[in-house]
Design a protein. Structure first.
Length: 579
């Protein structure tokens, strides 16, 4: 255990005998603390790891007085902490890892005892068809400590043994009966099997079948996430007897490790998928009267916040487009060029061109629309100047996440000029789509497949949709979304895919066609480190012919109840009767 001390003492005596001051100790850049830890053996007992002493590069000249203390930095690391905390960490002082906490003078552990060096982010989750969107931290913690309140009054918190041990170290032992322990492998299925069930999971364990619940109005899947303010961000702190060493070592941790050990903002991408946009008829008439940006009055900021915003614009722009008529029954559409400002304002990144009406105004307007999109720098797919171009996927990369879009019109025939070799929407060539998806997956892309397909005015997706949507999911598409629906449809967790059969209208004038066409969904999908980890559903409704507003409270629950009642959750069986 004293090898480090003997080494430093020898160096010191050598220098003194030579009449020189002791120089800075340098070691190769690869030298680092290597403290193997594990998350699979959670226990309050110390880990039986061997004592390790590693001399690392120091920050300056060490005086003889300091050299006498250099090998007295004995660090104890809690077995609750993951490998990432100490792997590849280069310490500014010589450290000796000890197994016995009583032998240490430095302590790296969960809590606020000392200087915080990083944190572990957890999420409160529930089965996806849960209606609650937010709880207070007070409700959660008081329920943990023995006073159930709010949504937890009649519920249970299902945790893995690992998570229970972490939170017990942070909050104390939970009241008996509130927490139920299951294995990691069974956690999701178990929670889905019981009424009013909840769980706490580490951020990296999120998956789409969980609904992430806001805690005190904060969510770790949001871009504006505040790690320091979030109640489920567990601090990891360093403490010790020598404050100067604690400060020096803490600064090294902060410099080398992220603010949240298991959540890196630079690996997160938010992707918003929307339903039908058609800036025509009564929608266009209201834009003329109330302003081109009127439709985005309320939902605009949320759309703008997306890293990638998808818009399915069914209608071409035409410089010869006549003034809109709110009462027109003619189903041949065009939009004035000035309406492009709305799509610019909301932050459009990707335009889907699979719509039935994309070629309504002839080849010249179709080509003119391509020109406008290309001038804006927007990617487009599902239609093209040639059928070959329209069938190609588009590839994007954001924060290291590789995301691809591919789409087609499932009706084919009259609606797809590609069948005639003309510019416009493309029909569905399923063998080609399957081949393209396989290629994209081999290249490491998360694949999003969207359809313009048969329209049904029902929450139940038609069998035509189910067959085709499941086909592309089987081919490997991660997210499958229907852009054709004028009212919301059910959704599905099918194989490893998230399927949303229809979102409803975004900007289109079907307010008076029925209660269901005046309500719709917007889906915000979260991608992290190359994986789809979460989906958040926004519910909207229309009080005029162009502007969606957020649907909240009981009316939001009513819409979600209708959507979930017509959804297929695959192998998962949610116990709550959502009808």
């Amino acid at each position: 255990m004293k090898k480090s001390f003997i080494f430093v003492l020898c160096v010191y005596l050598l220098v003194v005998l030579n009449g020189c001051s002791l120089p800075t100790i340098f070691v190769p850049p690869t030298a680092s603390i290597d403290l193997p830890l594990t998350l699979t053996a959670f226990s309050t007992d110390l880990m039986p790891t061997p004592t390790t002493s590693v001399a690392l590069e120091t920050n300056g000249t060490i005086t003889p007085e300091e050299s006498s203390l250099i090998d007295e930095n004995f660090i104890w690391v809690s077995s609750l902490l993951p490998d990432e905390l100490t792997n590849s960490f280069v310490a500014p002082v010589v450290l000796t890892r000890v197994d016995d906490k009583d032998q240490a003078n430095l302590f790296l552990e969960i809590g606020e005892n000392g200087r915080q060096v990083t944190s572990l982010v957890y999420a409160l989750v529930a089965p996806f068809p849960t209606f609650d969107d937010e709880i207070s931290f007070e409700e959660l913690q008081s329920s943990w400590l023995g006073t159930p309140s709010g949504v937890f009054t009649d519920g249970h918190l299902y945790l893995s043994q690992e998570t229970l041990t972490v939170f017990s170290a942070w909050w104390g032992t939970p009241v008996e009966g509130f927490v139920r322990v299951v294995t990691d492998q069974d956690l999701l299925e178990t929670a889905w099997s019981y009424v009013n069930s909840w769980s706490l999971v580490p951020f990296e364990a999120l998956q789409p079948q969980w609904k992430v619940i806001q805690v005190d109005g904060m969510s770790p899947v949001w871009k504006d996430f505040d790690n320091l303010a979030y109640p489920l961000s567990i601090p990891i702190s360093l403490s010790g007897e020598n404050q100067a060493v604690v400060d020096q070592l803490s600064e090294a941790f902060v410099a080398q490790k992220p603010l949240a050990l298991n959540r890196d903002q630079d690996k997160l991408t938010t992707l918003v998928l929307t339903g039908v946009t058609a800036l025509v008829r009564a929608t266009a008439a209201e834009m003329e009267n109330r302003g081109v940006l009127h439709p985005a009055d309320e939902v605009g900021p949320m759309l703008q916040s997306a890293d990638i915003l998808h818009i399915s614009n069914e209608v071409p722009f035409a410089s010869t487009c006549p003034p809109p008529s709110a009462v027109s029954t003619r189903l041949v559409f065009c939009s004035a060029d000035k309406y492009l400002e709305l799509l610019e304002f909301i932050g459009t990144d990707v335009v889907e061109l699979t719509g039935d009406h994309f070629s309504d105004w002839g080849v010249e307007a179709t080509l003119h629309t391509f020109d406008l999109y290309e001038a804006e720098g927007w990617a487009y797919y599902g239609g093209g100047r040639t059928p070959e171009q329209g069938r190609l996927p588009i590839r994007m990369e954001h924060n290291g996440n590789k995301i691809a879009f591919i789409g087609c019109n499932g009706k084919g025939g009259f609606y797809t000029p590609s069948t005639r070799g003309e510019p416009g929407a493309v029909d569905c060539d399923f063998p080609l789509i399957s081949s393209e998806i396989a290629k994209l997956k081999d290249e490491g892309y998360l694949v999003i497949m969207t359809f313009q397909h048969h329209e049904v005015y029902s929450f139940t997706p038609s069998p035509y949709l189910v067959v085709d949507f499941e086909f592309v999911a089987d081919a490997g598409a991660d997210i499958v979304s229907g852009s054709q629906a004028h009212q919301p449809h059910g959704m599905s967790f099918y194989q490893d895919s998230t399927i949303m059969y229809g979102l409803g209208n975004l900007f289109f004038d079907q307010l008076l066609m029925g209660d269901n066409t005046s309500r719709a969904l917007i889906a915000r999908h979260v991608v992290y480190n190359g994986k789809h980890i979460s989906t958040e559903i926004f519910t909207i409704y229309f009080t005029d012919f162009s502007r969606p507003l957020y649907l909240t409270g009981d009316r939001r629950i009513r819409l979600l109840r209708q959507v979930f009642a017509e959804s297929d959750w695959g192998d998962l069986n949610y116990a709550v009767n959502i009808n």
